[in-house]
Design a protein around this ligand. Structure first.
Ligand SMILES: O=C(O)/C=C(\CC(=O)C(=O)O)C(=O)O
Length: 308
């Protein structure tokens, strides 16, 4: 059967020839947020999806990993695959232990499926609250999932818009497993990093010492650029104060990832090599980059390798 899954109109494909970063990454660096999409012929996109991406296979992700100088990946299930984690599991198995995963599961997931996900390398589930990506999931369903995954030692990755944090905070803080926030909690970077909205986000991070934060996606958050293209190593300046604030206050619970293949970007597709070269702006010392790229993701995703 031929699978016809046309890309969403205006879709931007991943950069075909990213530069090699000027920054040499520390040994053991982890790209802690990236995705695999399809290929649709083998792993069709979910009927309930809100967008249809271009394919972005495990082999293509691993080629990028090697090109940029990363050692490992954390692959995050994206909404275009719904709760069908087959493409994710396939990628984890092909990685030879060099990738761990974050899945999407529904409350009815079987014990056998959870066991299979864990054996493949899944260590968390993602709860997505971004309205353009998903329909609302009833709180009771989320609770059921939390109850199922807690005994496995997994965490919950949270994707939400900054404006929605006030309404979600109490629920998040009641979830009894570690939390990982995607993309700085998506701040409006036209606002003051010292203003009340970002203060609310920092206060959320302070509320528990097991809330982690990805300081990723400047290309998605930036309003003024300049884009990480054409040799630009001083990109996305409006995002820097927000990301740097979080890295400096929480150096032992920040993570970073490329977000390859950058779904749903509208105005440009960054050069992934230049995105890596953005890192010294948010983590200016080698010590901070060692924590951000190696120590922290190893502790969360490969605790058995910590210190080795
Ligand atoms: O790549 C990301 O993290 C962000 C996405 C896509 C996504 O999260 C999903 O489909 O699950 C976005 O903002 O469109």
């Amino acid at each position: 059967m031929t699978v016809h899954q046309e890309k969403t109109p205006g879709w931007l494909d991943w950069h075909p020839a990213p530069s090699r970063p000027a920054l040499t990454l520390p040994a053991g660096a982890v790209d802690a947020h990236c995705h695999v999409f399809g290929p649709a012929a083998a792993f069709p996109y979910a009927p309930e999806r809100k967008y249809t991406p271009c394919d972005a296979s495990a082999e293509q992700l691993f080629a990028l990993r090697d090109h940029l100088g990363f050692d490992r990946n954390v692959i995050v299930q994206a909404t275009c695959h719904g709760a069908d984690n087959r493409a994710l599991v396939d990628a984890l198995r092909r990685s030879g232990g060099r990738a761990r995963g974050v899945a999407t599961v529904r409350p009815g997931v079987s014990d056998a499926e959870l066991r299979e996900l864990h054996e493949a390398g899944v260590r968390g589930v993602r709860f997505n609250f971004v309205r353009r990506l998903v329909d609302v999931t009833p709180r009771a369903d989320l609770w059921d999932v939390v109850r199922r995954i807690a005994p496995l030692g997994w965490h919950v990755v949270l994707y939400f818009e900054a404006a929605d944090l006030a309404g979600l905070r109490e629920f998040f803080l009641s979830v009894p497993v570690p939390l990982v926030v995607d993309h700085l909690g998506r701040p409006d970077v036209s606002k003051d990093p010292d203003g009340p909205e970002f203060a609310e986000f920092l206060s959320f991070l302070r509320a528990r010492d097991d809330i982690w934060c990805k300081v990723s996606c400047p290309e998605r958050l930036s309003l003024t650029g300049p884009a990480a293209l054409d040799g630009e190593r001083d990109a996305y300046r409006d995002v820097v104060p927000f990301a740097r604030r979080v890295v400096e206050e929480f150096p032992d619970r920040v993570l970073w990832g490329t977000d390859w293949p950058h779904p749903n970007l509208k105005d440009h597709m960054p050069d992934d090599g230049l995105l890596v070269d953005f890192l010294p702006h948010v983590a200016p010392t080698a010590e901070l980059r060692q924590q951000l790229l190696v120590d922290n993701p190893t502790r969360l995703y490969w605790p058995e390798n910590e210190g080795s």
